[in-house]
Design a protein around this ligand. Structure first.
Ligand SMILES: C[S@@+](CC[C@H](N)C(=O)[O-])C[C@H]1O[C@@H](n2cnc3c(N)ncnc32)[C@H](O)[C@@H]1O
Length: 447
């Protein structure tokens, strides 16, 4: 907290919520009008009047949470999860699932308003619960008891939960098996899990191999694979310092149901959170990129979620990612399926800068950076390197707005031809935005 003013709001403050902030909190002003500062209120929705509890204060804003609901939004529902009021895993359990995609599109539109872009098309999630195939939970061991769950909202307080309704049921089951291994785990730690709907791999950072732990893991692998119904634990990666030991099989094949080859990955590399919505995202990125018979540069390629689909028709795809394991997995996928992909490990912004300085061009550039975005210099380099299309996939509308401002300002050779928000993680305020830019004067429209 900093810069407090003469007014000290307390839990008697009533706030009228008008909008949603980019983190999903309600945005509003105090109803009595005495304090002109903006409130960011966790758990509040536009149109609501709420009594708030103050959690943070700044000279221009105040932060709080709902203490009492005085007027409720029609979009408010009963949270399906019993620990929704405490758990930080989801902050939108109280929002009607049918409305979440459009609310996210509105949040992105607010962020992009300063560069004069229209409200994005909202792509709702096909599933509201049971969708999440990759997650990291935290644990704490006391004696032989292990508590397991996400941290609380804006805290590092563990919220123990014996079931998480947003997790894919196979992943939910596998995570809970950790409770049986309490004797061999450190006092605190985290578990990474990845599921393909039937098979699950787990990753335990900071856990050194222990003969009894390995026996317990192998027994669970054997018993779960022997049972015909239900999920199977196929392996666990133990990462104690530099020691990396795999018990069982520690990678899975994902997203190989259709004509596109699967990716291969373990529990520690990035994957989009939801299989079904990811299939729609990949289809859209390929449709926007128009890679047929073209040279494609793909930054932040990860294990090749977009690469393997782009490479089905592209002349060649050059990929860059900074993660050693993801790069090795993509290399294996390319070799196994004979895909025209050149895989490189490195810092995308740096390598892009070199390509731009060397005058190299690609007809299509796809990027999918982490929350930090690519930054203004790399955004300018993208414009220099792409000769026709850029598809920018973003999970942070604020850094996206900053980067886009450097790409589509007055006099820019590029224009935005398609803007879409995929609801990849319902029950959270997370967004997945896809912006397609096209060089002006090369035919119009997204198709
Ligand atoms: C949001 S993930 C996207 C991965 C992939 N496109 C997908 O859909 O699964 C971001 C990826 O960027 C990589 N990454 C993060 N910072 C990077 C950087 N500065 N240079 C290159 N890769 C980076 C991460 O390793 C990760 O694979």
């Amino acid at each position: 907290m900093s810069n407090s003013t003469s007014t000290t709001p307390d839990s008697t403050t009533i706030v009228e919520i008008r909008d949603l902030a980019h983190g999903g909190e309600g945005v509003g002003k105090a109803a009595d009008g005495d304090d002109a500062r903006v409130w960011f209120v966790e758990g509040a929705l536009p149109g609501e009047r709420v009594r708030v509890g103050l959690t943070g204060e700044h000279k221009r804003w105040l932060r709080g949470h709902v203490v009492e609901l005085l007027e409720r939004s029609a979009l408010r529902v009963e949270p399906p999860c019993p620990v929704a009021d405490r758990c930080g895993g989801c902050t939108w359990q109280h929002v009607d699932p049918a409305a979440q995609a459009q609310l996210k599109a509105d949040i992105v539109a607010n962020q992009l308003r300063r560069i004069d872009l229209p409200t994005p098309v909202a792509v709702p999630s096909p599933l509201a619960l049971g969708y999440r195939r990759r997650a990291r939970l935290h644990y704490r061991v006391e004696g032989r008891t292990l508590e397991l769950g996400f941290f609380g909202q804006r805290s590092h307080q563990l919220v123990d939960a014996d079931h998480c309704p947003v997790l894919d049921p196979a992943l939910d089951w596998a995570m809970q098996q950790l409770r049986g291994w309490a004797s061999w785990l450190p006092a605190t730690g985290s578990v990474h899990g990845l599921s393909n709907g039937v098979e699950v791999v787990l990753g335990l950072p900071g856990v050194r191999p222990h003969p009894e732990l390995e026996v317990a893991i192998r027994e669970l692998i054997a018993s779960s694979s022997a049972s015909e119904a239900g999920p199977t634990l196929v392996g666990v990666q133990l990462r104690g310092g530099r020691e990396h030991v795999g018990v069982g099989r520690t990678s899975l094949e994902l997203d190989g149901d259709g004509p596109i080859p699967p990716v291969t990955q373990g529990p520690f590399t990035f994957s989009q959170a939801q299989a079904r919505q990811n299939a729609a995202l990949v289809e859209h990125v390929v449709a926007m990129a128009q890679p047929a018979e073209r040279r494609v540069l793909e930054l932040h390629a990860g294990v090749g979620n977009f690469s393997r689909a782009l490479a089905r028709s592209a002349k060649r795809v050059w990929t860059i990612d900074g993660d050693r394991e993801a790069v090795a997995n993509l290399q294996r996928t390319a070799e196994r399926w004979g895909l025209p992909i050149n895989v490189k490990r490195g810092q995308a912004e740096k390598l892009l800068g070199k390509l731009a300085a060397g005058g190299r061009t690609y007809e299509v550039v796809v990027c999918d950076p982490p929350r930090a975005g690519i930054g203004v210099q790399a955004a300018k380099d993208l414009i220099a390197v792409a000769s026709d299309r850029i598809v920018y996939v973003s999970c942070d509308p604020a850094t996206l707005a900053r980067d886009l401002a450097a790409m589509v300002g007055p006099g820019s050779p590029f224009e935005v031809v398609d803007l879409r928000v995929f609801d990849m993680m319902p029950m959270t305020a997370e967004v997945e935005v896809v912006v397609t830019l096209k060089r002006r004067g090369r035919g119009s429209g997204a198709a």
